[in-house]
Design a protein. Structure first.
Length: 285
């Protein structure tokens, strides 16, 4: 129950941030249009790869009464099996491109939310006074100017993992795990790697689960008629906003003396964290 109350508090403050950053709500629709174009291009290239081949001409001789034989030129199409190996390269590029588009959206959202968090609050109106005229445009400009290389590198590091995952899912679908020693070794290595990574993520997991719970709570209460639009917004903007608020809150406390010494956080958010999360943090950390 305390986590649900805290999730509600973070959803409230994420909504406050998005109410002042309304242009961020357009970002998911632009992202999905780009993804649709990217998937369309990917399907077109896939069809070209599997449909590539060569035309071959052959002279066929047909027996007849007069003259005795008739020569007929026939043409046949032979699909190239070697070119189909390019699909692996194309699939890797698709994973890279999709992750790059999604990472760019998250970077723009995270930058705008961090600007909102660290901006001074007007005590009269309760709104943030931005030192920048348009934080969303500023975030877009900074992302394009300084962070495209970072996003490309991070997307490239994620793409091989998804590529290997797709390969393992394909083997699982074909029921080849039991017949191959190589797949057994790879599966066991994945289990060991996941165990090693998860053992070092206790603190981050305890915090990030709040954001995931908040998004899940929002998905459960949205109206059925607007479920598709709400899914797009909550799955991208709200999740990134809540996670960014968490990171900004932790950074704010670390910069100003530790726990309960946040300077930029709104008073209701500090009270919610102290009431519902402090005991959990103290036991985990």
């Amino acid at each position: 129950m305390p986590r649900l109350l805290l999730a509600g508090a973070f959803i409230t403050h994420a909504s406050r941030a998005l109410s002042q950053l309304k242009r961020l709500l357009v970002l998911p629709f632009i992202t999905y249009v780009l993804l649709l174009l990217l998937f369309g291009w990917g399907i077109l290239v896939t069809v070209c790869i599997f449909g590539a081949g060569e035309m071959s001409t052959r002279i066929a001789t047909i027996a007849a009464a007069s003259p005795a034989y008739i020569s007929v030129a026939t043409e046949s199409f032979q699909a190239s099996t070697k070119l189909r190996w390019l699909f692996i390269y194309h699939l890797f590029g698709m994973y890279w491109s999709v992750n790059f588009v999604l990472s760019t959206t998250e970077m723009i959202t995270a930058t705008a939310i961090s600007l909102w968090y660290f901006s001074p609050e007007n005590r009269m109106t309760g709104l943030k006074d931005f030192q920048i005229a348009d934080p969303v445009s500023y975030s877009l400009h900074m992302t394009i100017k300084y962070h495209l290389g970072t996003l490309a590198l991070s997307s490239c590091s994620v793409a091989p993992v998804e590529h290997i995952r797709s390969f393992l899912l394909y083997l699982e679908h074909k029921n080849e795990f039991d017949a191959s020693t190589f797949t057994k070794v790879m599966a066991r290595c994945c289990c060991l790697a996941c165990t090693l990574i998860s053992s070092n993520l206790l603190r981050v997991g305890a915090l990030s689960q709040i954001g995931y719970a908040s998004v899940l709570l929002g998905k459960l209460i949205v109206c059925t008629i607007t479920s598709l639009i709400s899914w797009f917004l909550l799955d991208n903007i709200y999740e990134t906003s809540i996670n960014m608020l968490l990171m900004c809150f932790i950074l704010d406390e670390n910069l100003h003396g530790g726990r309960s010494n946040s300077v930029h956080a709104p008073a209701p958010l500090i009270q919610s964290v102290n009431d519902h999360l402090r005991p959990k943090w103290q036991t985990v950390m």
